[in-house]
Each structure stands twice: as C-alpha cells, then as structure tokens.
Design a protein around this ligand. Structure first.
Ligand code: ATP
Length: 357
C-alpha cells in the first residue's frame, strides 16, 4: 500500500443489494487501481457475531477511509447509513439522470436527457422530528390555511420541516459549482431550483431566497426556478431543458426516482453523497427485495455509483473507462438484465461489461 492508496469501505446492504455490490467491487478490483477495499462487519453480519449492527470498528473504518460504497439497506445497516449521512455531514446527494443508447426509456425521444438532481441531504422533513398534535397545544399555533387553532383539528400528528440558511447555502453552492464543471464538459450551465414557496413561504421561501442569492455569485450559470409541482411536469414533458436541479430533501428524493424512470428505471440510477470532508456512493434504488436471491438485479446503478466514486478519488480516467464500457454493453443490447428487457443474469451482464473493459 502506497501513500496514494485510497481506502474504500464497502457495505453490501441487504436483500438483492449485495448481488449488485459484489460484482461491482470485483470489477473495480479488476481495474488494478490504487484502491484498498475494506469490508467491516455491519448489519446482520455484525449481529450474527454478537455485536451491534454498527460496531465501533465499522465506524472507525469509515473514519479512516477516503469513501464508502454503500449497498441499499432495508434497515439492518441503517445506523451505518445515518453515520455516513449525518455523522459525516454529506449534505449534497447528486443523482444524475443520463440516458444512454439501449436504456429502456419510456420516452419517445430519450436522447439528450442528461441532468443531475442535487438533493439537500440532511434537512427538511428528514430531521426526523414528529409527534402528537396534542403536544403542540401549549404553543397555541394556528393553521394559516385553515384559519383555525391547530388544537381544533382533532387528534393527529405532525412532522417538522427544517430549512436552514447554512444548510441551503452549502448545497446551493455545490449545485452551482457542479453546473460549472458540467459546463466545462459542454453542458449548458444551468441551475434550476424547485420549491413550494407559494404554500410554504417561510421554509421553502427561505430555500429559494438563499439559492437565488447564491446564483448572483455565478453569473456564468443560468438560473431559473419553478414551483415544484410545475417542475415535476416540466421534467417529464421536456427533460432535455434541464442540467442541474437543486431541491430540498423530500422533493429531491421523490423527483430523483421519477428522473430514473425517465431514462429507463431504477436499475440505472447512481448517486453520490458529498460533504466537505467525506463522500459515500450508493445506487438510488432500494434493496429490491422482490428479486433477491435470483441473480437478476441490474448492477448498472451500483457500478455507475462506483464510477462516481472513482472520479471523486481523482481517478477520472478509470471512471470514464467504466462509463464507456457500459455504454457499449447497452448499445449492443444483447446481454441486458430483465428490467431492461433482456434475459441476462447479473453475472452475465458483468461478464459482458468486463469484456468491454
Ligand atoms: P426503498 O424504500 O429502499 O427505496 P423499495 O422497495 O421501495 O425500496 P426498490 O428496492 O428501489 O424500492 O425497488 C422498487 C422496484 O424496482 C422493485 O420492483 C425492484 O425489484 C425494482 N428494482 C430496484 N432496483 C433494481 C435494480 N437494480 N435492478 C432491477 N430491478 C430493480
């Protein structure tokens, strides 16, 4: 191991996720890069060994590493994910939606779809504060829309949506800087913001206001904003117009699955979560429990997440090799997984990709 060796923690996840992660790691190992893969015990493996699902050794391994490749979790590895996200403050979740020839897109003309959603990753409703409406009674809050005291609405629950100035500024800056890097590669250099500031003028209004303020520091990047429901329509009706789309957490979560559908499905959608000091990479899809154990999960999303990781670690040439190899496999189209209309197993797909590399 040299001083330049990059350490990558691998957490395989649950259900079908390991079936995509294992061949991805083999593929990366096969590229003969200066990478060391570390497999700490997390989730069920740790529980089986009599440990907690996220033992201190796993946390220490993450702290010593340069990045984590994370397989989706159904809950068993959730503590590790919470640490990767909130512990490591990975505030920008980048979810590219880029069509490649051969992807089974439902669009009549999918060519040219190439945008990236930048989802704020730590705030919004995901701060995880919920409770009984009755607990709010002492605050004497009034529903602005119903024009009645909350207490009169009857039994129910609430969730808190948090938008902070600093949290919005950092994800907005990330989005504009991403647009700048993409512009250098020939993309239009455009950031689009989506919020529901008409209904939520204070919280979503603040998000929009801070993004607008950041936009003024990036005169070379075009900026536009839409109410998020209008944006959802536009993303489907005219996806080629979009380049970088910056969104609060919940809208980003929802719209990035829709974005995946535009290009051909969840099996094709990678993601990277970036903070100031750390980044981790995972497919945008869940654990696909319905196809677990069948060796048919499409590993493309996980492999592309691995390519995003390589770029982050300064190995852009290797990332481009993987992307070009995948493009050739899809363009040939004779060895695709069932979600893409093929009959190849995950293993066969990965063998076809290995031949292209
Ligand atoms: P989560 O709540 O974690 O997002 P979920 O069960 O709602 O999980 P997914 O696990 O993403 O959602 O699966 C949704 C559907 O898409 C399932 O039918 C699943 O089999 C399919 N799917 C997801 N990822 C892939 C993939 N990589 N290859 C093939 N099918 C996939």
């Amino acid at each position: 191991m040299s001083a330049r060796t990059r350490r990558v923690v691998v957490i395989e996840g649950e259900d079908a996720a390991p079936e995509a992660m294992r061949p991805t790691v083999r593929l990366l190992e096969g590229l003969d890069l200066d990478l060391e893969f570390i497999h700490p015990r997390v989730g069920q493996a740790a529980i089986d060994a009599g440990e907690s699902s996220f033992p201190p050794e796993a946390r220490a391994a993450i702290d010593r590493s340069d990045a984590t490749l994370f397989g989706s979790t159904s809950g068993k590895s959730a503590l590790a994910l919470l640490y990767l996200r909130w512990g490591k403050q990975t505030f920008a979740n980048v979810r590219p939606a880029r069509y490649r020839v051969g992807y089974r897109s439902p669009m009549a003309v999918p060519e040219g779809i190439d945008f990236a959603i930048v989802r704020e990753n730590l705030e919004d409703l995901y701060v995880g504060v919920e409770g009984e409406l009755a607990d709010l009674a002492p605050l004497g809050l009034e529903s602005r829309t119903a024009g009645r005291p909350l207490a009169e609405l009857g039994p129910g629950r609430f969730a808190i949506k948090v938008i902070t100035e600093a949290g919005t500024d950092r994800v907005a800056r990330f989005a504009f800087e991403l647009a700048r890097r993409r512009k250098a590669r020939g993309r239009p250099g455009r950031v689009t913001c989506g919020t529901k500031h008409n209904m939520l003028p204070r919280s979503d209004g603040l998000f929009l206001e801070r993004v607008e303020r950041l936009a003024r520091q990036f005169p070379d990047i075009e900026f536009q904003s839409f109410i998020v429901d209008d944006l959802a329509h536009r993303l489907v009706a005219d996806p080629r117009r979009f380049d970088v789309v910056v969104l609060p957490n919940l809208y980003g979560d929802v719209l990035s699955d829709a974005a995946a559908a535009l290009i051909g499905g969840l099996g094709l959608a990678p993601s990277g979560c970036y903070g100031d000091d750390y980044a981790y990479f995972e497919s945008a899809h869940g654990t696909a429990p319905d196809i677990a154990g069948r060796n048919i999960i499409n590993p493309t999303a996980t492999i592309l997440s691995g390519a995003m990781m390589l770029s982050h670690l300064g190995m852009a040439d290797a990332a481009a090799r993987i992307e070009d190899g995948l493009a050739r496999v899809y363009a040939k189209g004779d060895c695709l997984t069932p979600d893409q209309g093929g009959s190849a197993s995950t293993t066969e797909f990965c063998e076809a990709l290995a031949r292209e590399l």
